[in-house]
Design a protein around this ligand. Sequence first.
Ligand SMILES: [Ca+2]
Ligand SMILES: [Ca+2]
Length: 78
Amino acid sequence: MCRTYDFDDDKIISRSDIEQAILCLIKMNHPCDDDILSEEQIEFLIDKVMDEADMDIEDGIGYAEFCSLMRKKPEFLE
Ligand SMILES: [Ca+2]
Ligand SMILES: [Ca+2]
């Protein structure tokens, strides 16, 4: 399951981590259907997440940034 979004374990949530997380969430919510979102839609979501979440000067998204994003934007999880 997707308990952590830091898939490569480097303590920062990067673009590729976000992509993995989104794919994982889609699978969890729609286990029988692989094609809920197109690649373009997933790319768009990643851009949106990176834009909104990366608020401080540190590169990438720290856990605190990601958690506050998820609280603010529950529709990313749907
Ligand atoms: Ca990472
Ligand atoms: Ca950051």
